[in-house]
Design a protein around this ligand. Structure first.
Ligand SMILES: Nc1ncnc2c1ncn2[C@@H]1O[C@H](COP(=O)(O)OP(=O)(O)OP(=O)(O)O)[C@@H](O)[C@H]1O
Ligand SMILES: [Mg+2]
Length: 469
């Protein structure tokens, strides 16, 4: 069952439960309020009756009281009214015909007693009667008792019909609210699930390989955010997939060129041997050696990457001296820098003690950073500084080279990431796997250190390696 159907069922169950509870509460409430109203009305009748009795007992003219009594008796529930004086004499009694009531829809408990007067029920020829009487003193200080007999059946009948009336209107309102609630639930689930369904469809299309598909972002709420997140995820996937494609095409080209070089050189050597021109052979051997070195470094980088990804890169920690390592790295690139006409200098401003780390891995990091500096600089200098600050030892590599475009500084530490500097004068930039800084960052982080980069495009870059002292 879909989440949408589950949600609709849940909302309907909730609506039904709420309606049932409301109906129950309403009935209870209405019942007690109708009972209280009826009681108040009957008490008012008794009080009015008592006033009439007091008046009547004090004057000889009973005709006006009689008219009042007649009026009382027009109320259907009243069966009998009477007044009695000090000697128990009944001044006036009347009786009213009590019709048999219809059966009730509601069940009423016994009629709630009032605190004023005496209220008691009795049965008279099968008719249940509620007798209310009230004692008071008239103007001549004589004790007067006013009594009213109500038919409980008729009281209940009156309560029953007023409860029926209010229940009918309540249930009409409740049904309308329930219908509106159901419609609301359907609309809400539609509104919530329409974008989810569109996102599911979008994710299916993206999953099928169409990474340039865009999921429509129709709102600025959580759904809108989710859609834009999915879109940017697809963008990232596309970026990675493009990068992989570029990498595969460039790595095959990069791997092929040294292999072709080796093949060519060995062919030349073979021919030189045939023609016995042995003097030209060493030159070709140097070339073969260079091509093999390049090939080896590509393969090394790829192997390192697979080690990192499979979690198998381990460090052989011992005492290391950063100055010695940096010195070695600088010397390794002396010839390359000289060939490019660059000044490569190594500046140690203060002696720094040994620290702990994996010397081979740290050398690998420094030689990549110094190598990059030389590779991406065509004129000026590359300077390597050894520095210390509390808690840290630093190697700072400054160059006056091509620089890193704004916004790219964070990307260059990514796997296979190489900036398309788009300049013909940096042919070396096209060589390399784009793995050097990724591996360097990983190694330095394994040593609890960090690498920072600052750069001004066209002016140069500064890479600083921080190692815990
Ligand atoms: N000093 C620098 N000046 C300008 N750009 C740099 C510098 N150092 C690195 N970069 C940029 O960062 C990218 C990534 O460097 P990284 O060392 O990871 O790869 P690479 O040098 O291209 O290849 P590899 O190190 O595997 O031979 C480089 O391709 C280059 O575009
Ligand atoms: Mg590099």
């Amino acid at each position: 069952m879909s989440i949408r159907s589950k949600l609709i069922i849940f909302m309907l169950v909730l609506l039904t439960a709420v309606s049932a509870v409301m109906a129950l509460l309403f009935q209870q409430n209405e019942l007690s309020s109708i009972s209280a109203n009826s009681q108040r009305k009957n008490l008012q009748i008794l009080l009015a009756m008592s006033e009439v009795c007091k008046e009547m007992s004090a004057t000889p003219d009973k005709s006006y009281a009689y008219r009042y009594f007649k009026t009382f008796l027009k109320t259907p529930e009243i069966i009998q009214v009477s007044c009695s004086g000090p000697k128990g004499r009944v001044f006036l009694v009347d009786r009213y015909y009590s019709p048999q009531p219809a059966p009730f829809a509601y069940h009423f408990k016994t009629f709630p007693p009032s605190r004023t007067g005496i209220w008691e029920t009795r049965s008279d020829n099968g008719v249940e009667i509620l007798k209310a009487s009230l004692n008071s003193l008239n103007a001549k200080k004589q004790s007067i008792t006013a009594s009213v007999d109500f038919s409980t059946q008729l009281i209940y009948q009156e309560m029953d019909s007023s409860l029926r009336r209010s229940s009918a209107s309540f249930f009409i309102i409740l049904s309308i609210s329930f219908a509106l609630g159901c419609a609301g639930a359907l609309i809400i689930t539609r509104v919530i699930f329409a974008p989810i369904e569109s996102m599911a469809e979008g994710a299916r299309i993206i999953g099928s390989g169409r990474l340039d598909h865009k999921i429509p972002v129709t709102s600025k709420d959580e759904m809108g955010r989710l859609a834009s997140e999915l879109n940017s995820m697809a963008d990232k996937l596309k970026e990675v997939s493009d990068m992989k494609r570029d990498f595969v095409s460039s790595i095959t080209h990069d791997l092929r060129s040294p292999v072709t070089g080796i093949e060519l050189c060995s062919d030349i050597i073979r021919r030189l041997a045939e023609t016995r021109e042995y003097g030209k052979i060493p030159e070709q051997l140097v070339s073969i050696n260079e091509h093999s070195q390049r090939l080896n470094s590509y393969i090394d980088s790829l192997l390192e990457l697979s080690k990192i990804e499979s979690g198998k890169m381990t460090l052989d920690i011992k005492a290391v001296n950063l100055e010695d390592l940096a010195d070695r790295a600088v010397r390794a690139f002396k010839a390359y820098a000289a060939q490019k006409g660059l000044k490569l200098e190594f500046i140690v401003n203060q002696d720094i003690p040994d620290t702990r780390g994996d010397p081979d891995r740290l050398y690998q990091v420094l030689s990549n950073i110094v190598g990059n500096a030389v590779k991406f600089t065509n004129s000026g200098s590359v300077s390597v500084f050894i520095e210390a600050e509390p808690g840290w030892q630093k190697v700072r590599v400054c160059d006056t080279g091509i620089g890193i475009p704004e916004g790219e500084a964070g990307n260059i530490f990514g796997k296979f990431y190489r900036i398309n500097h788009g300049k013909r004068e940096y042919p070396a930039a096209r060589q390399g796997t784009g793995l050097g800084l990724f591996i360097a960052k990983f190694i330095i982080e394994q040593h609890s250190g960090r690498i920072e980069v600052e750069s001004a495009p066209g002016k140069g870059s500064v890479f600083t390696v921080f190692l815990p002292a």
